[in-house]
Design a protein around this ligand. Structure first.
Ligand SMILES: Cc1ncc(COP(=O)(O)O)c(C=O)c1O
Ligand SMILES: [Zn+2]
Length: 434
């Protein structure tokens, strides 16, 4: 049986970083069995997933603020070697937290923020998790960086490996967006387009991970380290709010790791005394064409029934999410909801965010903002409570999701004369008299 309630986040202080910093051990999320840090990701007792445990460092907000302007400012809360900030990496993180007043007004909310992950080196939050996985993998002696991916992870792995001077091998479903394929191929690693769903690709990766001993599949055999990277989104949100937690946060869910780790980050900051222990609610967002966690939430189930995905939100198209049950735990513990929206609402939310705030996010943020709207309409999310939504990736990588590939017919050329421009304006007014 899974333990209910949060796992302990750390044990009391020490001042002695090891080869993985203040990370001290792995423990099983299911049975709690502990093991040494190393190249393992499932529990030897029960095959449950492993999680990183820490000796709590003595840490102040001032020490963090004096750190580098990237995720390594939180290195003492990550399973990475002490010198990580000086090794070649893509240096992700410190992305903007944008106050979204126009959007808030449109939605009837008092205070809304967008954590904008487009500013990462390959334009999604995946640079964070890959940077942590890479640092840990090199420390463990792996030679090749690999992954199964729904697109953004492939971009991040190929770029990070290039920067570190090692080989990358990425496996993707063959029907991915052209932009995501191009933004992986350019880095020059090995890319295999697999005829199947992400879940098929993931299974193949697990088989390869068993066979290729010096390949670090970041989200398979190095997953405990990789997933910790998503905590940095939570750390940054708290720091950018002036060292406090938001009351509500809406997070896209594919495997569910990002959501689970943002919650872990908030609990660690509370436990370290770096933020006040104020209540917060975590909400999960899925596309209706791939909503196994939302379905389990609605049904009141602890177990997530796999589905076959069919949605334009390809980055979130994981039908058998590894962290699904843990998403349910976090959301239920904090009083949130996991909900889903259909593809038309995804597109309309992408356009709303772009037009109201100048933020062009990918389909994943269409899902996240679409779910926010749905929860507001259903009275399940408080419009008066300060809320953060995650924009996890860049709209330029999912142009196909928009009508006409994002380039509307109005882009038909006009002559370079004032008369032609005035006629063009008249035609717009005639088409839209409002
Ligand atoms: C843009 C984007 N947002 C969100 C996610 C979901 O991440 P997780 O698998 O940690 O739930 C992904 C995963 O691939 C993604 O690419
Ligand atoms: Zn176990």
């Amino acid at each position: 049986m899974r333990e209910k309630g949060p796992a302990p986040v750390s044990t009391p202080a020490t001042t002695n970083p090891s080869r993985f910093g203040f990370a001290s051990h792995l423990f099983c999320r299911e049975c709690g069995a502990t093991s040494d840090l190393g190249a393992t990701h499932v529990c030897a007792e029960c095959f449950g997933p492993l999680e990183v445990g820490y000796d709590q460092p003595a840490l102040t907000t001032a020490a963090i603020e004096a750190g580098p302007p990237n995720i390594w400012r939180y290195a003492s809360l990550l399973p990475v070697p002490p010198g990580v900030a000086t090794a070649p990496s893509t240096e992700p993180g410190c992305t903007r937290l944008i106050r979204a007043d126009h959007l808030a007004r449109e939605l009837g909310m008092d205070a809304l923020w967008v954590k904008d992950e487009r500013a990462n080196p390959t334009h999604s939050f995946k640079d964070r998790v890959v940077a942590v996985a890479l640092a840990a993998a090199l420390e463990m002696g792996y030679k090749v960086l690999a992954c199964p991916s729904t697109g953004n992870l492939a971009n991040a792995v190929a770029a990070a490996a290039a920067r570190a001077g090692i080989r990358s091998v990425v496996l993707i479903p063959a029907d991915l967006e052209q932009q995501k394929i191009a933004a992986t191929a350019v880095y020059g690693g090995t890319m295999a387009a697999v005829d199947g769903t992400y879940d098929d690709v993931n299974r193949l990766a697990s088989e390869l991970a068993d066979e290729r001993e010096d390949w670090a599949f970041v989200n398979v055999n190095v997953r405990p380290y990789y997933a910790e990277g998503s905590k940095t989104i939570g750390f940054e949100i708290a720091e950018q709010l002036g060292w406090r937690l938001p009351a509500q946060i809406v997070v896209p869910v594919a495997s569910g790791a990002q959501l689970v780790k943002i919650d872990k980050a908030f609990r660690e900051l509370i436990s370290l005394g770096l933020v006040a222990d104020t209540p917060y609610r975590v909400f999960g967002a899925q596309a209706s064409g791939c909503a196994p966690v939302a379905a389990a939430f609605r049904a009141g189930h602890d177990v997530v029934q796999p589905v076959r995905p069919s949605t334009i939100a390809k980055s979130l198209a994981i039908g058998n999410p590894a962290d699904g049950p843990y998403v349910l735990d976090v959301v239920r513990r904090t009083g949130g909801v996991v909900a889903d929206v259909g593809d038309p609402e995804v597109v309309s939310a992408m356009r709303l965010l772009a037009a109201s705030e100048g933020i062009f996010g990918e389909t994943a943020v269409g899902v996240t903002l679409g779910v926010l709207r749905r929860l507001l309409a259903g009275g399940q999310l408080d419009p008066g409570a300060e809320t953060v939504i995650i924009n996890s990736g860049d709209g330029l990588k999912t142009l196909d999701a928009l009508p006409d590939g994002g380039a509307p017919a109005a882009a038909a050329p006009i002559g370079p004369t004032l008369a032609a421009f005035r006629a063009f304006e008249d035609s717009l007014a005639a088409a839209d008299p409002a």
